[in-house]
Every structure is written in C-alpha cells, then in structure tokens.
Ligand binder design. Sequence first.
Ligand code: BMA
Length: 371
Amino acid sequence: MIKVNVTAILGLAMLISCSSKQNQKSIEKTINPIVAELDLVKGKGILFGHQDDLAYGVNWAYVDGESDVKRVAGDYPALFGWELGGIELDHTHNLDSVPFQEMNRLAVKGYEMGDINTFSWHPYSPIDSISSWSGDAEVVKYLIPGGSYHEQFKNQLDKLATFFQNLKDKNATPIPFIFRPWHEMDGTWFWWGSKACTPIEVKELFRFTIDYLKNKKGLTQMLVAYSPDRNFTNLEEYLTWYPGDDVIDIIGLDDYYDFKIPNGEQEVVKKLHMLIDYAKEKNKLVALTETGFENVSDSLWFTQKLGKVLSDSLVRNELSYAMVWRNDPKVHFFFPYENHPAASDAKRFLDRPEILLLKDFNKLKNIKTNN
Ligand code: BMA
C-alpha cells in the first residue's frame, strides 16, 4: 500500500518537474521524493519527529513495534532521526550504543511504514579519534582539501557512504533520506564549532562532504539540512556558515535554549520567520531539526512551549517538521514515557490537527495520490 503511494508520489514529483514553467531542458532534475512529500503536507501540518524512536525508549529497548511516542499518543512519529557517530571508525555500534545493523533495519522498516529518515553524524576526529565534543580542537583545517588529513577524512566518508548505500527497499531501490552534518557550528562545543575553526573552513568542510557523497559516491537520493544552533539575530548571521544553495535543501534550526528563557517561544518564532523568508525566496524547505526540553520537567512544555511556536500561522503553514531528541533512560529523554507527568499534555499536543504523526502523514499522501 505504502509502496504504491511512494511510487505515485515519485510520479507526481516527475510530473511537477516536467510541467515546471522554466525552460531548462539541459537541467533534467527530478524532485527528490521527500521534497515531493513535504510539499504535499505544506500548509496542512507539520511532521513530528523523534530521534532513535524505534530503537529504544525509557522502559524498553529493541522490541519490534515499540515507540515511546506510540505508547503515549497511539501512533508513531512521521519522521525518525538516527545518529551515525562511530561508523567512521568501523564501530559496530554508534556512540549511543545503537548497533548499525539494527539502525539499517529500522530505518528501512521506517521507510516502508511511510516515514522519513534523517541522519546526524558526530564523528570522531580522523586525526586522533577525539570525540566531536572537543570544542577547542583544531581539526577542520586538516580535513578540507589540501589538509594533511584529507585522505583519512575521505576514508571516513567512504564508511558513511557505505551505510547510506545500504539503505535500500525490497526492490533494492535506494531509499531517500535527509543528512544533517556539521550542525550547531555556531556553538562552541564541537570541533567544527565557532571556537575551533573559521566559517570559511566549515563551509569548505560542508561543501566537500556533500560533493564527495553525492558526486563520488552517487548518493543523489540524499537531501541536506543546514542547522545552526540559536546564536543569531538576523539572516546574515544565520548564513555565516551556509555552504551554498546548491548544497542545502533544508533550512534548519536546532533550538533548545530559547525555550528555556522567559517568553523564549517568541524568540523561536522570530528565528523561524527569518528562515521561512529565506526558504521562500530560494524555494527550500524549513525545519526545526532538533528541539526538546531535557527530561520534560515542565509538564506543559509540549502544548505551552513547542505547541505555541508551531501554532503561529506562518510557522504552521511553512514548517515541514519538528524533531525532539532521544529517550535514553541512562542519559536523558525528550519525550515523556507512559504515565510521566507530561504524557497527557504531549498527547494533547500531538492530537492537534496541525501536528502530523505517521497515520496523518500517510493519509495525506493517500488523499493526494488517489485523486
Ligand atoms: C547528545 C546526547 C548524547 C549523545 C549525542 C549524540 O545530545 O544525547 O548523549 O551521545 O547527542 O546522539
């Protein structure tokens, strides 16, 4: 059923691209199926996403069919987030102990269910294997073309590419996905952050990464998200590290902190409006690529904070998705588990018509494709 719809959406995407007003015979580009799907939901709702949702939750791990979002709200998220840190060192498990084999299986399953998959990557430095959270370490300048560790970096990208190439459906067709590397570069906590390298170096790193994965490794089914953290007050600042319109498909924001300050929701809305203006001008998608409130210790956070931002009329009409971070019982969680004090509020938030879980998303795809 879903496979038929996805095929139909692909058809729709080709149709849109063929009937495009532009007379660009030489640029025969087909639209990525994820773009077609997200265009379809635009104005009708915002996909809700959750990191590692199918892998583990607060009271369970690796049980097929489980999901903390489903336990609380009766349905799966419409978008699943996954983390690839460790793959570049041939680790069998990512840095949060998720086996890569299992991640592949669950991401493929998620796709077959109708979900969109998005991947983050917190690599260990190819120079000395220090973790991503080494905000003072000078790494980037050695990785970019001409740098003394460029070949080792390419070797890391080869391993990442192999994982992505193995994301295939039953017919061995490559599964489209979103990749969100080098995020929160405006922060000071990563070795690609504002303390350790220059914007020009980050742009080069970003451009090289995508060029290599798409053009050398053939990963043309990939969409790319640009996601600084919240440290900007205008568009120019937001675009400080932007690698270019030819590289980026999704104009993103990672924002936890603004939600913690009084009336911070207005700050998030203001920032999203800047992103929306830019995305409209450039014909791109917009997403709140990472957010949440650690351990959901405000029991009304979902309706009163996140819900407030997502019900702003421009945001509601233009945002493609919003994703909350993972539920790891040993570290932290960002979606309430069953009977948690915030669970009923989270359900109320997810029940809102503008928030789309998997069934809502699939229904929208059916309606359009069956017409
Ligand atoms: C952070 C935390 C860490 C985790 C990392 C990568 O926000 O959740 O525990 O290792 O993301 O997933």
